[in-house]
Design a protein around this ligand. Structure first.
Ligand SMILES: [Zn+2]
Length: 159
């Protein structure tokens, strides 16, 4: 998943603009990828990309975004932020969309963490960055999502 981490949230925002806060949604949708740094800073390509840290930490679990809901809501509320629930829900929604959409790659994601450390998913997409970026079908899919997001944002069907 590349630009889909932006276009899928934008599509949801275009469909439900009164329920979703855009910036927390986009921040939440990018948040899981903070665990990419060990991968970016490595000196040599890993022998087994599927075993690397990226997408294997708690940042890529559904659990984190459910647990963070009440904690972040309490924090925002204690600072007197009135629409804290919408902000927190949008952030968590972004994180959950990220993890669920990536569960369609060949690595899968730890969807049942902490009950299970196994990676689950419907493995139809490649995990490796370059394989992903050079697949014509995937490029078409990503472009289609981008076009759909732009169209929906222009039309705003329910907004
Ligand atoms: Zn990710």
């Amino acid at each position: 998943m590349m630009i889909a981490h932006v276009t899928i949230p934008l599509i949801l925002y275009a469909l439900f603009p009164t329920h979703i806060e855009l910036l927390p949604l986009l921040f939440g949708s990018g948040f899981p990828n903070f665990d990419v740094f060990p991968t970016l800073l490595r000196k040599n390509p890993p022998k087994n990309a599927l075993a690397e840290t990226h997408a294997s930490t708690i940042l890529h679990t559904l659990f984190l975004y459910i647990v963070l809901l009440p904690i972040l809501y309490f924090l925002l509320n204690s600072y007197g932020i009135v629409n804290g629930w919408a902000i927190v829900m949008s952030f968590s929604l972004g994180g959950i969309i990220h993890v669920l959409s990536e569960s369609f790659d060949e690595k899968g994601r730890r969807l049942l963490y902490p009950l299970s450390k196994k990676f689950y998913g419907i493995r139809v997409l490649p995990y490796d960055f370059w394989t992903y970026l050079t697949d014509k079908t995937i490029i078409c899919f990503e472009v289609a999502l981008l076009v759909l997001a732009i169209l929906l944002l222009l039309i705003r069907p329910f907004g």
